[in-house]
Design a binder for this molecule. Structure first.
Ligand code: ZN
Length: 98
């Protein structure tokens, strides 16, 4: 699996145990933030901690409010995709060699 890109901030629900990462949704366009621990989803990094928390439910892992899914067809976003979404400032460790 592709390397995932973490955020500089942690999940407000899980604390330091909750790594936040960027996910490309199954529409292949939308980049969202997801917590690896509790699977909470935020639409943008700016909304983490003060915005709406979305959740996806099995079996199809769709987020009805956003009209996208985080199941089949989704994958970890690349640094390029994250930058294009305008979230480049939120990436952690982007300068580390792969
Ligand atoms: Zn969490």
């Amino acid at each position: 699996m592709r390397e995932l890109v973490y955020l500089r901030i942690y999940c407000p629900l899980c604390g330091k145990g909750g790594q936040l990462a960027f996910l490309l949704c199954d529409d292949q366009m939308s980049v969202v933030v997801i917590c690896e621990e509790c699977s909470s989803v935020w639409r943008t990094p700016r909304e983490v901690g003060n915005g709406k928390i979305y959740s996806a439910e099995p079996p199809d892992w769709k987020i009805p409010e956003l009209g996208v899914g985080i199941g089949d067809g989704s994958r970890w976003a690349t640094p390029e995709e994250i930058s294009q979404a305008g979230f480049g400032d939120w990436m952690a460790g982007e300068s580390e060699p792969l």
